[in-house]
Design a protein around this ligand. Sequence first.
Ligand SMILES: NC(=O)c1ccc[n+]([C@@H]2O[C@H](COP(=O)([O-])OP(=O)(O)OC[C@H]3O[C@@H](n4cnc5c(N)ncnc54)[C@H](OP(=O)(O)O)[C@@H]3O)[C@@H](O)[C@H]2O)c1
Length: 285
Amino acid sequence: MKIALIGADGQLGTDLLRALEGEEIFPLYYPGFDITRPEEARKVLTEIRPDVVINTAAFHRVDECEDRIEGAIHVNAFAVRDLALACRDMDATLVHFSTDYVFDGRTTEPYVEEDPPFPLSVYGGSKLAGEYFVRAISEKYFLIRTCGLYGLAGCREKGRNFVEAMLSLEQSGKPLRVVSDQWVTPTSAEELAVRVAELVGSDQFGLYHMTNEGRCTWYEFASAIFSYLGKKVELVPVDSKSFGAKARRPGFSVLENKKAKAIGLAGFSPWQEALKSYLRKKGLV
Ligand SMILES: NC(=O)c1ccc[n+]([C@@H]2O[C@H](COP(=O)([O-])OP(=O)(O)OC[C@H]3O[C@@H](n4cnc5c(N)ncnc54)[C@H](OP(=O)(O)O)[C@@H]3O)[C@@H](O)[C@H]2O)c1
């Protein structure tokens, strides 16, 4: 399979590059390849003539999106529309990633793919608009919602992922305030990449939730990180309001991998196991 991989040096892109070894991969890097420059992007893709285009690019500094609405919509929605059009014209499959933040979190049951989204933030809304473009334009697409990604490469957009942020903040020796009223499922970019690699060759197109198994709050995730590392760190649980982030986030955005299970895709491991494996691979335990 000929695969064009957009954002190949990103957190997920790096793991996808590894997971897709053996395929004919065309890694595309920003800013040389920029999805917000549609004519140039289409020209490059048309020259490659890929069977599959994987888009990992996003504007996902969630709080910054609140102030840069046009930028968020440009990258997360209009550029995705243009990619979907280019893929349709080339008869290529589009693989695109979305987020648990398309939901409002007013539930205690994990969200399935059929649940109606209701984003609380500009980021969530712009990603949802991108989803709608993919679903309206593409005939062959995999639209994958995930949550709390961390990978060995670290998140490019945010500068670091949650695990790296905790390890860096801990260096200060001060107590760490961590949000304790948002339920998520931290997800290994490596595991997600392996599952995506299994999926892309199939014709089981559609919307998928894909995360590790289980759930925790960010506070519990931070506690697990330091506990596995055998570090004593003072963690202070705080609610979202006191934490004071600019963007509203859902209180519960746990996703159920319903469709992936229904088509018999290999299962994800519990988030605790994935975290231990990540820390081992980082050489920290
Ligand atoms: N990280 C999370 O916790 C999380 C959670 C849920 C969903 N997601 C979704 O998962 C996907 C991948 O996330 P990630 O953590 O791997 O992100 P990432 O590390 O920030 O990687 C994004 C990649 O896209 C590139 N890029 C940025 N703007 C671009 C543009 N205009 N044109 C082409 N390439 C561009 C980046 O290059 P530069 O670094 O050089 O700018 C980087 O290589 C995103 O769609 C995100 O919304 C992420």
